[in-house]
Design a protein. Structure first.
Length: 424
């Protein structure tokens, strides 16, 4: 039994890999259901809408399972596989560290260690979905489907309110605290966690998302009232952004460092609600392909500039940092962190020092987060040199909502020194 050979996702026909067959899931289903008898049906479909996921192909796998007592059960999984395209192989595909191996290690090793640290002090914390491994020689990550548990995504364009922001910042603080204590108690992370994609292999990937996007950013800025104040600063950054990002990505051992999620925006966050009252209960981080050891500034700038509502992200920025900081210290103490605790000034200093991460966010993932629904949102259209890709990148930076955010956030970054790449 096999799935249809093609599905439609991102408005193109995507050929499913020949290896994707129902039989691959038999052992996992036997481990899940003691009375497993057979797979009755198997279906693969797009797991996300265009614009919600770029780095990988996300599929939802739905199975009808027959049990030995003639009962049938439905079960679903989320399967991530690589893009089969030149653009992918020239960027993420050529990194010496497979993002799929990194993500599986995050789920099966490091996140389990974080949970164990909390369990030892009497706190049970979950960070994300369960991860499974198929016995195949192909790059993949297979995850539990969180939707049946009541988890939901939030409209990325609308942004989240204060309650959701604080919920996620608490989860981020718990993650960061455990990741720092893990180094304290077990030892350093392997080199792929210190570098992630922020190394020589990842240069092409980073430059295509930053330096190469400058013409599109400048074109958009010309239509924004008051752009003259910061236009030249953005223009002068061209050619310097990739180097600056790699410079700040190098781990400074004098800083307070954690394992950052590094892709913390609304498409990679799911919230749990009470089915009866709708009350917000929890948040999970999904997609661990970009995790990187370094300053907390990476996650804080990335999330706070990409995901809260516009009226919150700047007006409450320092308030949010303080709330995060209080949770960080609380959990570092709970986990008996033995090194010197960071001060709030240490955190704020790091946010200023790593301001280029703010630009990386605002002219990168924030554009994607605020993009109006379009079937042309795809990995290839981000990275390739085709007329269709050029049209998509123009659309990415010209959206009405995005420009409303740019008008406020770029002057804020400029005032913090984030747009100053070098002194002459």
């Amino acid at each position: 039994m096999s799935s249809n050979s093609q599905i439609t996702t991102n408005d193109v026909r995507v050929k499913l890999p020949e290896w994707l067959k129902a039989e691959l899931f038999e052992q996992l289903l036997k481990d899940t259901f003691q009375s497993f008898k057979a797979i009755k049906s198997f279906k693969a479909m797009p797991g996300t809408k265009p614009g919600d996921n770029y780095a990988t192909v996300m599929l939802r796998i739905e199975l009808e399972v027959e049990l030995s007592d003639n009962i049938t059960k439905s079960i679903s999984y989320m399967l991530k596989i690589p893009h089969v395209s030149d653009s992918y192989h020239e960027t993420l595909g050529k990194n010496k560290f497979s993002i799929f191996d990194m993500e599986r290690d995050m789920f099966t090793i490091y996140v389990q260690e974080f949970k164990q640290l909390y369990s030892h002090v009497g706190l049970e914390i979950e960070f994300g979905a369960k991860c499974y491994k198929l016995d195949i020689p192909y790059e993949h990550v297979l995850l539990e489907d969180l939707k049946p548990k009541g988890f939901q995504s939030v409209n990325r364009q609308a942004g989240v309110d204060e309650e959701h922001t604080l919920c996620l910042l608490t989860k981020l603080a718990q993650w960061h605290a455990a990741s720092a204590v893990r180094v304290d108690t077990i030892g350093p992370y392997p080199v792929q966690m210190s570098e992630s994609v922020f190394n020589e292999d990842g240069k092409d990937f980073i430059s295509k998302l930053t330096d190469n996007m400058i013409p599109y950013v400048l074109k958009s800025l010309k239509t924004i009232e008051g752009h003259e104040a910061y236009y030249d600063d953005i223009k002068s950054m061209a050619g310097h952004i990739t180097g600056k990002i790699l410079q700040v990505a190098a781990v400074d051992l004098n800083d307070f460092n954690v394992l950052n999620h590094s892709d913390c925006w609304l498409s990679n966050i799911m919230f749990l609600y009470d089915r009866g009252t709708g009350k917000l209960l929890d948040s999970y981080l999904v997609d661990y392909q970009m995790c990187k050891y370094g300053s907390v500034a990476f996650d804080l700038l990335y999330f706070l500039l990409s995901s809260p509502k516009l009226e919150l992200k700047l007006n409450k920025f320092d308030y949010f940092i303080k709330q995060y900081y209080d949770q960080l210290i609380k959990h570092l103490k709970l986990l008996n962190y033995s090194k010197k605790l960071p001060s709030l000034i240490d955190i704020q200093t790091s946010l200023l020092k790593n301001g280029i991460w703010g630009y990386w966010t605002v002219c990168g993932v924030m554009a994607g987060s605020l993009l109006e629904d379009t079937q042309t949102a795809s990995f290839d259209n981000l990275f390739s040199n085709t007329p269709e890709a050029d049209e998509f990148r123009n659309l990415l930076y010209s959206g009405k909502i995005y420009k409303e955010h740019l008008k406020l956030v770029l002057p804020w970054l400029q005032n913090r020194g984030a747009l100053q790449t070098e002194l002459r």
